[in-house]
Ligand binder design. Structure first.
Ligand SMILES: C[S@@+](CC[C@H](N)C(=O)[O-])C[C@H]1O[C@@H](n2cnc3c(N)ncnc32)[C@H](O)[C@@H]1O
Length: 266
């Protein structure tokens, strides 16, 4: 895969802090992935591909559970960190540098995932369609593609949202700020810039790491479903408001995220 040089200044150049700040509910998220796969063959036979794997939290957890896990990310620092963590845990994973906007996948997989807003780096309908077709072409029959990205809960706050959370590991606490920049909105292309900032407290020492502003796409739920249909590759198993099969994304379950489960069309 030809990969453009990522910008040097980014929170993604600090994978250890990223891995702490983005622990989220990785085990529960992997439970969800396993539930989607439930009627399938044994774990060792299931090949998973993590697109934009970051520091490798899903990839590593699924490998620990016995799945054959591979993944890629644009950031060499993230890839190196995931490889190192796999070595420490004694699990085998295949991780490489790659760009989800210009993918040329090899091999076939039973499960592909693109989690925690990574799908929104696909900026145009053409990029999304090409991506869906490439993933579909590299899934085994009945293979699943699970995506998870931010959606607005209120239309008058589109590109104007701020989220913050804090996670701690040992003596390090990482407070993550996710900011959208409303002045950067392109209403025709449906893109805007967003940014991650880490406020790190490590053994009492504080530092702030500002990420670069990154252009991302607003993808509305109905638009996503229409693009999936237009790709001709997938049936929609369901769309959920969290990693929870009992919470369909519908009126009573408004959410800042849309978790979609797509099955390769036979
Ligand atoms: C918010 S993180 C999510 C990481 C991981 N999926 C998770 O759930 O923790 C977004 C990741 O996407 C990666 N990324 C950004 N642009 C990308 C691209 N064009 N191709 C592949 N990965 C990309 C970043 O380096 C970062 O690791």
């Amino acid at each position: 895969m030809r990969v453009p040089d990522p910008s040097p200044a980014s929170v993604y150049s600090y994978p250890r802090y990223y891995a702490i700040g983005y622990q989220w509910n990785t085990a529960a998220e992997c439970d969800f992935l396993e539930a989607c796969l439930s009627k399938r063959q044994g774990r060792k036979a299931v090949a998973m591909l993590d697109i934009g794997c970051g520091a490798g939290r899903h990839l590593l957890e699924m490998a620990r559970r016995g799945y054959r896990a591979t993944g890629f990310d644009l950031r060499p620092e993230m890839v190196a960190f995931a490889q190192e963590e796999a070595k420490k845990s004694g699990v085998a994973v295949g991780v490489s540098v790659g760009d989800l906007r210009r993918m040329a996948l090899t091999g076939t997989h039973d499960l592909a995932v693109c989690l925690m807003d990574t799908f929104r780096f696909l900026l145009t309908n053409d990029e999304i369609l090409r991506h869906l077709r490439e993933v579909g072409a590299h899934l085994n029959p009945d293979g699943l593609y699970v995506t998870d990205f931010w959606i607005p809960t209120k239309w008058d706050q589109i590109a104007n949202e701020i989220y913050q959370w804090e996670q701690t590991q040992g003596k390090t606490t990482v407070r993550v700020f996710y900011l959208q920049h409303p002045e950067s909105v392109d209403p025709i292309g449906q893109t805007f810039e967003d940014e991650l900032v880490f406020a790190v407290d490590e053994e009492g020492e504080q530092r702030e790491i500002r990420g670069e502003r990154t252009r991302t796409r607003l993808i509305l739920p109905q638009e996503f479903l229409a693009l999936v249909e237009a790709s001709g590759m997938f049936d929609v198993v369901g769309a959920f408001s969290d990693f929870d099969l009992t919470k369909p994304l519908a009126g009573g379950n408004l959410s800042w995220r849309m978790v979609s489960v797509l099955r390769k069309r036979s």
